[in-house]
Write a protein that binds this ligand. Structure first.
Ligand SMILES: [Zn+2]
Ligand SMILES: [Zn+2]
Ligand SMILES: [Zn+2]
Length: 339
């Protein structure tokens, strides 16, 4: 069991692999691109027996779990960073706070085909991926031990991908991650002051100037934020105000799949198939502390952040939290619009 520890100064939690603590030889420093997966790929169709039992899947009618003929498949991570069984066991350790590493860590296999990155999957498949995210968030939010469910994708080895097979991950945590908490607090503060959703305001501003907008469709807008962290960073946001991704309608899912695919294609074309991360920020799980989130429905607005990994985060950024943008978001958006 891993341990969650809280930094008393910053309030940031970390996950410590206490019992399985790795030795120095486990870190492949200097190897440029060690292959993340050698041998037969366990995520491929036909290798279902080589994975932990599936949690859910979108599969052909009449087929059994852990057999072929599926479209998307969700399995527990082979080496979960958080463990699903057990209690949190919150404790003080001297002046410090810790709890057991309870949570969920799932792999969403986005396609049965090994060589089908999201940009090539096709609309119908992208739609299934998005609806798999929705189903997992919906399910995990029912567990009162969890405060947050985060969906993210690491594409490319240097972006942290576990396998070269198309996949993303879902992690449910017993605390709200600090980065999300900062967004929630910022949104709430703005709402208290102006009585408006900051994301809706941002969207209006972006549509008005159009300088940083990359694309727009019936339900969504994609734009480079005004002050991003990374060159070509993009946010996708629903035009209709909504704090929770899992409330997305079927029509919106179609529009999201379309936009997602187009954006990923644009990134690939413009930047030569770059490694990237994306992360879905939705409302926290409100079940255990319903009274805590008075205005959440009005003040928060779900969104997806896409971050191509083009520059290295160096000492200045790590030490200061200040990011340097070698390409301005206005130029970035222009290049992406035009490609
Ligand atoms: Zn594969
Ligand atoms: Zn809004
Ligand atoms: Zn966010």
């Amino acid at each position: 069991m891993h341990e969650l520890r809280k930094d008393p100064l910053l309030g940031r939690w970390v996950i410590v692999l206490k019992e399985e603590s790795l030795g120095p030889e486990s870190y492949s420093i200097g190897e440029e691109n060690p292959s993340p997966d050698e041998g037969p790929c366990p995520l491929c169709e036909g290798n279902e027996k080589n994975t932990p039992h599936e949690i859910t899947a979108i599969r052909e009618k009449g087929t059994e779990p852990d057999t072929p003929h599926w479209f998307t498949r969700v399995i527990p991570n082979f080496h979960p960073i958080l463990q699903i069984e057990g209690e949190l066991n919150r404790r003080g350790v001297g002046m410090y706070d810790a709890m057991d590493g309870i949570g969920a860590n799932e792999i969403v296999i986005e396609s049965p085909e090994h060589g089908k990155p999201p940009a090539d999957m096709g609309l119908a498949q992208m739609h299934r991926v998005v609806s798999t995210y929705k189903a997992r968030i919906f399910d995990l939010q029912k567990d009162p031990r969890f405060r947050y469910v985060i969906v993210f994708k690491n594409y490319g080895y240097s972006a942290g991908a576990l396998f070269s097979h198309p996949h993303s991950q879902v992690v449910a945590t017993p605390i709200i991650p600090k980065r999300v908490k900062e967004e929630l607090d910022g949104a709430k503060l703005y709402y208290n002051y102006k009585d408006r959703c900051i994301f809706c305001d941002m969207m209006r501003e972006e549509l008005k100037t159009a300088e940083r907008v990359v694309m727009e469709n019936r339900s969504f807008i994609a734009f480079s934020p005004y002050a991003p962290r990374f060159p070509f960073e993009l946010w996708i946001m629903p035009k209709k105000h909504s704090c929770a991704f899992e409330d997305i309608s079927d029509e919106e899912m179609e529009d999201l799949a379309m936009m997602f695919m187009t954006i990923l294609l644009k990134l690939r074309k413009l930047l030569n198939d770059p490694p990237y991360n994306y992360v879905l920020h939705t409302a926290p799980n409100r079940v255990p502390r319903r009274n805590h989130w008075h205005t959440l429905g009005e003040d928060f607005h779900w969104h997806i952040e896409i971050m191509p990994r083009l520059v290295r985060t160096a000492g200045f950024e790590w030490g200061s939290g200040f990011y340097i943008l070698p390409t301005s978001p206005e130029d970035g958006a222009k290049y992406l619009r035009e490609v």
